[in-house]
Design a protein around this ligand. Structure first.
Ligand SMILES: CC(C)(COP(=O)(O)OP(=O)(O)OC[C@H]1O[C@@H](n2cnc3c(N)ncnc32)[C@H](O)[C@@H]1OP(=O)(O)O)[C@@H](O)C(=O)NCCC(=O)NCCS
Length: 143
């Protein structure tokens, strides 16, 4: 499944979804999506997963991705979510407060280098004393 199909599937099946676009001169040049994930053994916790996200190559390195991440995290906070996870570039996400999830004792169902699976708490201490494995929406398994 392509990322475009993943976006369609999440829009139809996940709830709530945070989906933002960046525009330049009337053209969509960036997109970010966040949808709920589950943390095994802790159905009461409200955690979002950041994916997918992309900025058009000609518009990269202008701060558009950063603006999308910051706005996306803020919307999750306003929706009452306590943390956000991401499987992504370990040199990109720490600037937004993401830390390796392993430090919290939290892993991903997907195999990935340990430092690539990161999380940020939107409410300080939200994941203190919590461990487990994050499961993404079923649509991610078709990627
Ligand atoms: C990653 C991405 C979303 C960043 O968007 P952007 O608008 O270029 O980001 P910003 O302008 O806000 O930030 C630029 C910074 O991100 C860094 N960056 C960009 N792509 C990166 C990558 N693949 N790995 C690590 N850092 C990256 C740049 O080095 C730059 O760092 P600096 O500020 O220290 O110079 C964009 O490069 C992209 O769409 N890449 C292809 C798709 C992708 O990788 N999506 C993310 C999946 S996790």
């Amino acid at each position: 499944m392509s990322e475009a199909n993943l976006v369609d599937a999440l829009r139809e099946q996940a709830h709530p979804v945070v989906s933002l676009v960046a525009e330049a001169a009337g053209e969509v040049v960036g997109h970010i999506m966040l949808s709920p994930v589950s943390l095994g053994g802790h159905p009461e916790l409200r955690v979002m997963g950041l994916a997918p996200m992309a900025v058009a190559p000609a518009h990269q390195r202008k701060g558009i991705g950063s603006a999308l991440v910051r706005a996306g995290l803020e919307q999750c906070r306003q929706l009452g979510f306590g943390a956000v996870v991401v499987l992504g570039h370990p040199s990109y996400y720490p600037r937004f407060g993401f830390l390796p999830a392993a430090r919290f004792g939290i892993g991903s169902e997907f195999e990935a280098p340990e430092e690539a699976f990161m999380l940020v708490e939107l409410q300080p201490g939200y994941l203190a004393d919590v461990t487990g494995t994050v499961q993404f929406h079923a649509a991610f398994k078709d990627l």
